[in-house]
Design a protein. Sequence first.
Length: 75
Amino acid sequence: MADPEKSLDYLEQQIPGLSAAAVDVAYWQALATGQAVLVSDEGGIYRVFSDGTRELVKTKPTALSVPVGTRVRIP
């Protein structure tokens, strides 16, 4: 029988990869259904449409450094 602690450690190591894959799938599913998606890129926040066009929503003065799990209100 495998060590339960090692098994749990292994499973916990899979979480970042699984969550990244889930976000990627959600992004593409939203675009596939015709919805727009907000992304942060190149010093701004952009609305990306299903046809690939991007619309600048807001510029960011500097990059944000935020701890994981923290909610941030972008003024």
